[in-house]
Design a protein around this ligand. Structure first.
Ligand SMILES: C[S@@+](CC[C@H](N)C(=O)[O-])C[C@H]1O[C@@H](n2cnc3c(N)ncnc32)[C@H](O)[C@@H]1O
Length: 178
């Protein structure tokens, strides 16, 4: 697959009590690598823009982080453009029961929480989806849902023009400047 066939965006909601740059960076990297076009982050974390700019320049693609928008606005605009709002929560419906329906959607906003998720998010979501009914990580839940929704097609995607390209190899590291 050269290009993305779905328009998938990610929204990170939930108040953070301490800075957690690593989780945020990993949410961005997973979203970018696994077929999302952008992530909305409520906090204004300017460092993340520089990090992602560097990753895009080196490895290709035009994945974007959109900072500082209130989550309510992001969800309202998603609904206005008929983008399905899929909230990941351990309290939701099992992924395996709804994935067939999710695969039929072309435009999605996948919402992941932080330490505390406002109750309204559960009500605003079109789907509340659980990756097992056990507590775990938003990064892992996001990766599994992106993969399942796209049926593995996202793994074959080309990121286009880049400064470096990896030549996959069974052993060692092979990197070229195309
Ligand atoms: C570390 S959890 C904290 C959840 C928090 N206790 C709450 O209010 O729901 C952070 C995020 O990980 C995701 N998550 C954790 N377990 C999940 C699961 N089993 N299925 C789907 N998403 C999950 C959710 O998006 C959740 O908001």
């Amino acid at each position: 697959m050269e290009t993305l066939t779905k328009s998938i965006r990610v929204l990170r909601v939930g108040q953070r009590y301490v800075r957690d740059d690593r989780t945020l960076t990993h949410l961005c990297l997973v979203s970018r690598a696994l077929g999302a076009e952008a992530i909305h982050i409520g906090d204004v974390e300017k460092d993340i823009l520089a990090t992602l700019g560097g990753v895009n320049r080196t490895w290709g693609g035009d994945f974007r982080a959109i900072l500082g928008e209130p989550w309510r606005k992001v969800i309202r605009e998603a609904k206005e453009e008929r983008r399905a709002v899929v909230h990941l929560t351990m309290y939701g419906m099992p992924l395996q029961d709804v994935v067939g329906e999710l695969r039929k959607l072309d435009k999605l906003l996948i919402v992941v929480g932080g330490p505390k998720v406002p109750g309204k998010v559960y009500h605003e979501a079109d789907y509340n989806v659980a990756v097992t009914s056990q507590p775990h990580s938003e990064i892992a839940a996001l990766a599994i849902v992106l993969h399942e929704i796209q049926g593995g097609e996202e793994l074959k995607r080309s990121f286009g023009k880049s400064r470096l390209k990896i030549l996959p190899s069974a052993r060692g590291k092979r990197v070229v400047e195309p």
